[in-house]
Write a protein that binds this ligand. Structure first.
Ligand code: P6P
Length: 334
């Protein structure tokens, strides 16, 4: 039996491998790991809230019971404030960016964009949810941190990853040198390396889209979904991007959230859903484009809560979908 490699040990080992590393990123990744453990503890007892008390009431320790996404947001912000290496956070839960307090004389190096609890509507029915994070470098250390500081292309992101609170809790991340997965061992309270060097299959037997919007999709999307049906691919759609993309990493497949009448620019958020998940999938050998066939990681964001369409997954399947768009799209694809 191979020995246990904890997340902390793995991060430190990889920091030492990169001569330019200063240990700053290590602190941020470790803080995310701590936040994930705290959120995991609460997510796992969410079903008990009805016994322990409903949101807004006080629990046995006198604390107010909170909605889990608010709780997750607060814990992620608190943990990311510890190192002093993160200057500010963009969160799906906050309209404005969150400036973090300075720690001693530490000059912050990074910015974090996050969805603290993605798919939180699944919580009440005990279906898996996740946390998504992207870590960006501060490009101008002398300038004030504003929204503009976050408007960097995904290909500039320093690290991206997610935590999946499922049948087991996994943390999957990349710093641009491959993708590694860590499973939380509750008996020792550590994330342990369980899925080293994850590679996505070139294709799979699943496609993942909200079929309920079929009639609202553009013709090229409908034609591609018809093609998936002709191939007898199986539809899997959990309603939590982290869960659907995580399944694809291991079983192959394609996930699509195209534009609809309700979401003409797509529903998912570019900075803290599409970019981090695209970084992970590309590092695992997959592809991620939008419905205009632009590579997600090449898109220049124009605002921090910008939405995007996305087609992400096994490389051969994304290529096939691209051909459908070129063949059937009524709009001029440049
Ligand atoms: P729909 C969750 O709310 C989320 O942001 C993603 O995690 C998920 O893939 C998508 O929205 C589900 O959206 O419109 O299919 O319910």
């Amino acid at each position: 039996m191979s020995r246990i490699v904890t997340l902390d040990e793995f991060i430190l080992h990889n920091e030492n491998l990169q001569t330019s590393s200063t240990g700053k990123l290590t602190k941020v990744l470790r803080d995310i790991g701590v936040a994930a453990k705290i959120v995991n503890r609460e997510v796992n007892k969410a079903g008990l809230v009805n016994i322990l008390g409903i949101e807004g009431s006080s629990n046995s320790s006198g604390d107010m019971v909170q909605k889990l996404d608010i709780f997750s947001n607060e814990k992620m912000i608190a943990c990311l404030s510890n190192s002093g290496e993160v200057a500010a956070i963009v969160s799906e839960e906050n309209e404005e960016l969150i400036h973090l307090p300075k720690v001693k004389t530490i000059k912050p190096t990074y910015l974090v964009a996050m969805d603290p609890l993605d798919g939180s509507s699944n919580i009440d029915v005990n279906v898996s949810v996740g946390t998504i994070f992207g870590i960006y470098q501060i490009t101008d250390p002398e300038a004030d941190i504003t929204d503009k500081s976050f408007l960097q292309k995904g290909c500039e992101v320093i690290a991206g990853g997610y935590v999946l609170y499922g049948t087991s809790t996994m943390l999957v991340y990349t710093t641009g040198n491959g993708v590694n997965g860590f499973t939380l061992d509750p008996s020792i309270g550590e994330f342990c390396l369980s899925h080293p060097n994850i590679k996505i299959p070139s294709r799979g037997n699943y496609y993942s889209v909200n079929q309920g919007y079929y009639l609202k999709f553009d013709v090229e999307m409908r034609r591609y979904i018809d093609y998936c049906n002709d191939l007898n691919l199986r539809l899997r759609y959990i309603g939590s991007m982290v869960s659907d993309v995580h399944r694809m990493l291991f079983q192959g497949g394609i996930f699509l959230y195209p534009n609809t009448r309700k979401y003409p620019h797509g529903k998912l958020r570019l900075l803290y859903e599409c970019i981090p998940m695209s970084m992970v999938v590309e590092q695992a050998g997959g592809k991620a484009i939008n419905c205009q066939l632009e590579r997600i990681l090449d898109i220049s964001p124009i605002n921090i809560h910008q939405r995007a369409t996305i087609v992400i997954g096994s490389p051969d399947m994304v290529d096939e979908m691209e051909n459908f768009v070129k063949r059937y799209s009524l709009s001029e694809i440049t």
